[in-house]
Design a protein around this ligand. Structure first.
Ligand code: 0O2
Length: 267
């Protein structure tokens, strides 16, 4: 197939990947803005390379004309979570969205692959607008924890290195590493609430400080300089004392001052 033709096929998938990465990143932002823990830690996306598409088509006996129908991971999104529980939250988020229609789901976490691979796969239909009109595309979303991703990335590289024939002694190591990942995740789940609390209070504090600094910056433009310098000194003192409740109260009071000057911060 000519390169131009491949470009025509793959360009809409690149658009789908770009849009979806933006959308999932925006979900992280939404959680952070309300100071809540985000079940999504990180999002990446990729369009399958031509050689990888051809290899898959050949291995599975798929005619070139049918690749878009038969290969559901031409566009791939990978969502990384901190905890196993978060994966199912993300799946719920996807199920509720009106811009993605679920085609199928595979839970390789409940049903680990023989290789030791664990991940939750959701294949969705997603619409993109192109010069030639609306296109309905398949996108594979892989949702996994940081630990599962670490394992899968290493195993994938080894598969590549050994052309899918990983020597048995390395296979055995990978199997025990997969078991270690399982134990690690179980242990981390026990302390999940503690970790979430710590991360939440960190995000909340960071948001409050950002609000305060924006308000001070805005006030510099409109308010009496001496008053703003005093506000700034008070802020530094409270910040250094490290009392979160005091910081919250200070932020609320500052909001009122900023409102008075119509200089309120809007993040
Ligand atoms: P890439 O882009 O190189 O990652 P099937 O015939 O159903 O078993 P299919 O249709 O590829 O295979 O679907 P499946 O099993 O859901 O796999 C889709 C993708 O999941 C793979 O893409 C991998 O990214 C990942 N995956 C599945 N099994 C394994 C595994 O054992 N180890 C690792 N590291 N990843 C796995 P591709 O096609 O390999 O391409």
């Amino acid at each position: 197939m000519e390169i131009q033709l491949w470009r025509e096929i793959l360009d809409p998938y690149a658009l789908a990947v770009d849009e979806l990465v933006v959308k999932f990143n925006h979900i992280i932002e939404e959680y952070r803005h309300v100071g809540a823990y985000s079940p999504i830690e990180q999002v990446t996306g990729r369009v399958k390379t031509i050689s990888s598409i051809l290899e898959k088509a050949q291995n599975k006996g798929i005619p070139l004309d049918d690749i878009e129908e038969e290969i559901d991971d031409i566009a791939g999104i990978r969502i990384i979570c901190q905890f196993v529980e978060d994966i199912y939250k993300v799946v719920d988020i996807i199920r509720q969205r009106s811009d993605m229609e679920i085609k199928c789901e595979t839970d390789y976490i409940e049903d680990m692959k023989e290789s030791g691979y664990r991940s939750y796969h959701v294949t969705v239909y997603y619409y993109v607008e192109t010069l030639k009109g609306t296109r309905k595309l398949q996108v594979e979303i892989q949702i996994r924890t940081l630990a599962m991703n670490f394992w899968a990335t290493i195993e994938h590289s080894l598969q590549y290195k050994y052309k899918k024939n990983i020597p048995s002694h390395i296979r055995e190591r990978l199997t025990s590493a997969a078991e270690a990942v399982l134990i690690l995740e179980q242990e981390m789940s026990v302390v999940r609430d503690e970790i979430m609390d710590a991360q939440n209070s960190f995000t909340i504090k960071a948001n409050i400080v950002a609000d305060i600094l924006t308000n001070i910056q805005n006030l510099y433009k409109v308010a009496n300089k001496q008053e703003v310098v005093k506000i700034q000194d008070d802020f530094f003192r409270i910040y250094q004392e490290g009392d979160s409740e005091e910081l919250k109260k200070f932020s609320k009071d500052l909001d009122l001052v900023a409102q008075r000057y119509r200089a309120q911060s809007l993040r």
